[in-house]
Design a protein. Structure first.
Length: 402
């Protein structure tokens, strides 16, 4: 059945209407929602958005179906995000019954094959445009514009092979974005919103990603801090951890720990590359912690002073906020969401453009830790999971009533 083309609701019109909505939604019978996400197994920021959307919908009384490309490894997801922290969907419908190791971005498009009008609400949280409309799209960044920024550090840009691989998908997404169909378009930061306005021609609503502030704020109570720098994020080339290794080489008396999820051939190859770098440089002050548990991560945060973020042009940066909530001072590249949205251009942390500048501000942050700690804690409170769910629920109510 062909879906009726939905009305796109501009951001200003939505905001006016949302304020008139009641805090509860009266439903005659159980309503059904479909959440579309290519995979939860990478356990990054996008996956946390997806899981929190599922949680919010279930709190509203929806029966939730999750459509993925591959089956979710729930044990792995819970290990990284915390056992007992995950609210699972009522059912999951993977396109393929086994783990996908090749053509990952192209497989995202296959999720539309299971979409139909049997659901009352369809939410696309992986954010790439599908050939069929969704009611709500959470677009992290326009995929076809990924290589057009000044801070490109993606594998698709670094070799002819990956460029050839990515180009057809880039063109497909650009064409689909030209006839984007959704009622509400969301994004994660001012940085991404600006790109969507420029490349898609739509003005999205900014809904900052959910951050589990409560878990990490417990770590902020510890006053026994070490001269320890932490990085966190999946092990993937765009995270630019080589930069951190060069910084660590210039700070031999300061310990660095890199925590992150590792899954798939590209991630495994990147980990091998980092280990080789460590061996060649004979760096003794850097530890790589793959697939560490949430408990171990929080314990390390409780002893640390600095959260170093090395990715250029990060769309938001949930990991940065988690570090701040644990009492760590953020040191981020002067680009993307971490610089423009989270630290507000250095008001709540430090920025850098070079190795020397990063070394300088890390030393400053460690020396004056207690001076900057409270600023980081104050800012982190603005990005809570609770605030995300409250605003998302208002959006859902508005969509259902229009």
């Amino acid at each position: 059945m062909t879906r009726e083309r939905p009305l796109y609701i501009p951001a200003i019109q939505f905001l006016r209407g949302a304020l008139r909505q009641s805090d509860s939604l009266i439903i005659g019978g159980t309503m059904k929602a479909c959440v579309v996400h290519n995979t939860l197994n990478s356990v990054g920021g996008g996956e946390r958005v997806c899981l929190t959307v599922i949680e919010a919908l279930k709190e509203m009384g929806y029966e939730v179906t999750l459509i993925t490309v591959e089956p979710t490894d729930w044990f792995r997801v819970e290990k990284i995000l915390g056992h007992g922290k995950i609210i699972k969907p009522d059912r999951e419908e993977p396109i393929i019954p086994f783990k996908v190791r090749s053509f990952g971005i192209y497989m995202r498009l296959s999720t539309f094959l299971k979409l139909s009008r049997k659901w009352d609400l369809i939410v696309n949280t992986h954010g790439d445009v599908l050939p069929i409309s969704s009611d709500i799209i959470y677009m992290h960044y326009p995929t076809f514009a990924l290589l057009r920024g000044v801070d490109v550090n993606l594998k698709y840009f670094k070799s002819l092979f990956w460029r050839v691989y990515f180009t057809p998908y880039e063109k497909i997404q650009e064409k689909l974005a030209g006839r984007l169909e959704c009622k509400v378009l969301l994004t994660n930061s001012e940085y991404s919103a600006d790109a969507i306005r420029r490349y898609v021609g739509r003005k999205p609503i900014i809904l900052y990603p959910p951050v589990d502030i409560d878990d990490f704020s417990k770590a902020s109570d510890n006053v026994n801090r070490e001269d320890l720098v932490v990085l966190c994020g999946r092990f993937s080339p765009e995270k630019n951890y080589e930069f951190a290794l060069n910084v660590a080489e210039n700070l031999p008396d300061i310990e660095f720990k890199i925590i992150g999820a590792s899954s798939g051939r590209i991630s495994e190859a990147y980990c091998r590359k980092l280990r080789k770098f460590l061996d060649e440089k004979r760096l003794k002050n850097v530890n790589l912690l793959m697939n560490a548990s949430r408990n171990l991560q929080i314990e390390i945060y409780s002893r640390s002073k600095i959260f170093l973020h090395t990715m250029k042009g990060e769309h938001f940066g949930i990991a940065v906020v988690e570090g701040m909530a644990a009492g760590l001072i953020p040191v981020v590249h002067k680009s993307g969401g971490p610089w423009y949205d989270i630290t507000l251009r250095g008001k709540y942390g430090f920025g850098y453009l070079s190795i020397d500048e990063a070394v300088e501000v890390i030393e400053k942050g460690i020396k004056d830790y207690w001076r900057y700690r409270d600023l980081a804690l104050k800012r982190a409170s603005m990005f809570s999971k609770t605030k995300f769910k409250e605003k998302f629920k208002k959006i859902v109510k508005y969509v259902i009533n229009h």
